[in-house]
Design a protein around this ligand. Structure first.
Ligand SMILES: NC(=O)c1ccc[n+]([C@@H]2O[C@H](COP(=O)([O-])OP(=O)(O)OC[C@H]3O[C@@H](n4cnc5c(N)ncnc54)[C@H](O)[C@@H]3O)[C@@H](O)[C@H]2O)c1
Length: 307
């Protein structure tokens, strides 16, 4: 597989490194800053003798090198600074997303595009619009990250191993994120049996604010270790055609009563991209919250037209 990562900032470079370490195929790292992707790629190649992976990475500023990619991961764009919301990035990152899509898609017309740049839901919509690709080949990463954060916070308060915690978030990447306590388990036990309502609400709020918590601590830039691990989990499902069900920002076509909008939902991923949006058994409140999140995203996508 040939996988291009657009943007060699913190998320892009850690994503490239994780993919090399996992031996997913050949990786192209591209950025507008001259020398940056080349320097990072050389550094990763020099780690190959120690780590034992194949040094199959190219750093470049030239989109010709990305031609024939099977997967394109887009991390180009500005991250948040303290006090900013993801939505504050809309105007600047929309211009970057459009130019990246126009540059990368002609050479890779069959690629699967995974959007990472924020605001995630709106940038995914824009990437789909500008590329004209079928929507099952354009989707966004947010739910795997939000769910990982929630799973970690649950492990912290219950003392369980993080990998023994199962939990999923849906909706949007932001304040309209929806946590599903009825579907969360700790070593197989339902989460609501282990923590009270107040603790649950605190966990969910900390997850919604998870990105901002790290931005405030870093003071410059945003999270990248958990984000890159989350991107790589999605790429792995595609490369190995696992049909894994992961929370993905996907184009809804009637599932959950939601039509024609990108929103965070569970989806099966494989070589062709999104194979199916999985419909969980949601109660009325959860369903209403998911539909409200979808309408919020629809309104913001309409704002994109005015830029
Ligand atoms: N979806 C998520 O869950 C999630 C998680 C973390 C970060 N993000 C987002 O990912 C993006 C990247 O974050 P980061 O921490 O890597 O930022 P960063 O500033 O470290 O890196 C961004 C990179 O994009 C490059 N770039 C800018 N314009 C470009 C263009 N036109 N073509 C190619 N490259 C270009 C910059 O030169 C820079 O190297 C941000 O928008 C951030 O908000 C999303």
């Amino acid at each position: 597989m040939k996988i291009t990562v657009v943007g060699s900032g913190f998320v892009g470079q850690t994503t490239a490194m994780r993919m090399l370490e996992k031996g997913f195929g050949s990786v192209v790292l591209i950025d507008i800053v001259e020398g940056k992707p080349q320097g990072l790629a050389l550094d990763m190649k020099e780690a190959a003798p120690v780590e034992g992976y194949d040094p199959t990475i190219v750093g470049t500023n030239d989109y010709a090198d990305t031609a024939g990619s099977d997967i394109v991961v887009i991390t180009a764009g500005f991250p948040r600074q303290p006090g900013m919301s993801r939505m504050d990035l809309l105007g600047k990152n929309a211009a970057i997303m459009s130019s990246v899509i126009e540059s990368v898609t002609p050479g890779s017309p069959g690629a699967i595009v995974i959007v990472v740049s924020n605001p995630l839901d709106e940038m995914t919509y824009l990437a789909a619009e500008v590329s004209g690709f079928p929507k099952e080949r354009v989707f966004g990463m947010a739910g795997v990250l939000d769910s990982a954060r929630l799973r970690y916070f649950i492990s912290e308060i219950t003392g369980a191993r993080p990998s023994d915690v199962e939990a999923m978030t849906l909706g949007s990447h932001g304040d309209a994120m929806i946590a599903l306590p009825r579907h969360a388990t700790v070593a197989g036990k339902p989460l609501p049996e282990l923590v009270d309502e107040a603790a649950l609400e605190q966990l969910f709020q900390r997850t919604r604010d998870g990105g901002a918590e790290i931005v405030a601590l870093l003071k410059s830039g945003s999270a990248y270790y958990a984000p890159s691990a989350s991107v790589v989990a999605m790429v792995e499902a595609i490369v190995n055609d696992t049909h894994a069900t992961l929370p993905v920002c996907a184009w809804a076509t009637g599932q959950y009563g939601i039509d024609d909008v990108y929103v965070g939902v569970p989806a099966k991923l494989g070589r062709r991209g999104i194979e199916e949006i999985v419909e969980l058994d949601l109660n009325d409140d959860e369903l209403a919250a998911l539909r409200e999140a979808a309408e919020g995203i629809r309104a913001k996508c309409a704002d994109l037209e005015k830029l």
